[in-house]
Design a protein around this ligand. Structure first.
Ligand SMILES: [Zn+2]
Ligand SMILES: [Zn+2]
Length: 333
C-alpha cells in the first residue's frame, strides 16, 4: 500500500487515522527522526548538504529554518540557493522527519488537533504539559520520536502507526534486530492500554523480516529463540565478545596509518579474530577522521590481555592520533 507521490503515509494508515479521530479517539504516529528531512540536495547539480565537521548529512529543521548536524550540533541557516552551482529554489528535502509528517497530517486532516513531540522542540516542562494535554484528550493526532515510546498512559490512544519500521535495522549493529523489536513493541504497546479496541500499523519495505513477523504475530519468544540461535551460530554476544578499537586523528592518512600499524602488531591468539581497519561507520566526527578495528572473540577469550598486547606492541599515540577502546560496546558507530 505505497503512499501517494510525495507522501510518506500509506492510504491504509491515513484511513485508519480518519476513522480513529472520527470516534473521538487518538492516533499516534511514530518516527524516530527529528527535524523535517534527513537530507537536502540540489536538484540541478546534485550537491548534498553535509556537515563541514562530520561525515553526516545536515538535517533540515523547518520550524527553525536551519540545517543541523545531529552528530556535533553544527547548524546553519537554511540557504535559498545551492552553494555549489548557485541555482536558486531548486533545493529538495529528501525523506521524512517528524516535522514533515506533521505537515502531511495537516494536509489530510486540517481540522484535527495535532501535537509534535520531539526532544529538540521542547524543554521538560513543556513536554510534561503536552503529555498531560494528550492524556486529557486535547489532541487528536500525536506525532513523536522515541520520546513517546515509554511510560505514558494515553487512555484514548487506539491507533499507533509506525511511519518507518525499518529505520533501526540497517545500522550494522549486531543488536539491531533485538533493539528494533523492543522499540516497535513498546511503541505499538502505546495503543489500547485501557482496553479500547486498538490497532497498530507498521509501514515497512520488509514485511517478511523476522522483526516485522514477530511484531505482527505477537510471538516474542519465537523471535528471541531465532535471534539467540543466530547469535550462537555467528558467535556474537552473549556467545562471543566484541571490542572496537577506534583510531581518530586530524587527517585521514594519520588515522589510517596508525590503525594499520596496530593491525600489524596484533598478537596471534586462538579464538580471537581481528577485523579491519576500515573507516568507522561515522568516518568523520567534529573534524576527526576515524578508522576502526573490530576484535571478535569467543566467550571465554581474554580480550583485555589481547588489547593490552596490541597497544604495547603497536605504534604509540602521537600528534593528533588518539586510540579509543571499547569492550562489549553498546553502539558500533
Ligand atoms: Zn547545485
Ligand atoms: Zn557535524
Amino acid at each position: 500500500h505505497p503512499p501517494e507521490r510525495g507522501g510518506f503515509l500509506s492510504p491504509v494508515l491515513l484511513r485508519g487515522i480518519g476513522k480513529t479521530i472520527e470516534k473521538g479517539e487518538q492516533a499516534l504516529l511514530f518516527l524516530n527522526r527529528r527535524g523535517y528531512a534527513p537530507l537536502t540536495l540540489c536538484r540541478v547539480c546534485g550537491h548534498r548538504f553535509q556537515c563541514p565537521q562530520c561525515s553526516s548529512w545536515l538535517v533540515e529543521h523547518r520550524f527553525r529554518n536551519q540545517l543541523q548536524c545531529h552528530q556535533c550540533g553544527h547548524s546553519e541557516p537554511t540557504p535559498d540557493h545551492c552553494p555549489e552551482c548557485g541555482t536558486f529554489d531548486h533545493l529538495v528535502a529528501c525523506g521524512p522527519g517528524v516535522e514533515r509528517i506533521a505537515e502531511e497530517v495537516e494536509k489530510h486532516f486540517p481540522e484535527a488537533r495535532t501535537i509534535v513531540l520531539s526532544s529538540d522542540l521542547m524543554g521538560v516542562k513543556r513536554l510534561r504539559l503536552e503529555l498531560e494535554a494528550i492524556v486529557k484528550g486535547e489532541a487528536d493526532i500525536v506525532i513523536g520520536t522515541q520520546l513517546v515510546a515509554k511510560g505514558h498512559n494515553f487512555p484514548l490512544m487506539t491507533l499507533v502507526g509506525i511511519v518507518d519500521a525499518d529505520l533501526g535495522l540497517a545500522n550494522g549493529d549486531p543488536r539491531a534486530a533485538e533493539r528494533t523489536f523492543q522499540l516497535l513493541s513498546q511503541v505499538t504497546g502505546r495503543a489500547g492500554r485501557t482496553g479500547l479496541k486498538s490497532h497498530g500499523l507498521l509501514q515497512t519495505y520488509q514485511p517478511q523480516h523476522p522483526v516485522m513477523q514477530a511484531i505482527v504475530s505477537g510471538d516474542a519468544s519465537a523471535f528471541y529463540e531465532r535471534e539467540i540461535a543466530e547469535r550462537e551460530k555467528a558467535v556474537l554476544p552473549p556467545f562471543g565478545r566484541l571490542a572496537s578499537v577506534i583510531v581518530s586523528a586530524d587527517t585521514r592518512a594519520e588515522a589510517e596509518t596508525h590503525a594499520r600499524g596496530l593491525r600489524a602488531a596484533a598478537p596471534q591468539v586462538t579464538g580471537i579474530m581481528l577485523l579491519g581497519p576500515a573507516e568507522a561507520p561515522l568516518a568523520l566526527i567534529r573534524g576527526r577522521h576515524r578508522f576502526r578495528l573490530l576484535v571478535h572473540g569467543r566467550r571465554n577469550s581474554d580480550m583485555q590481555s589481547f588489547l593490552r598486547t596490541l597497544l604495547a606492541n603497536g605504534p604509540k599515540e602521537r600528534g593528533s592520533v588518539h586510540v579509543q577502546l571499547d569492550i562489549d560496546p553498546q553502539s558500533f558507530l
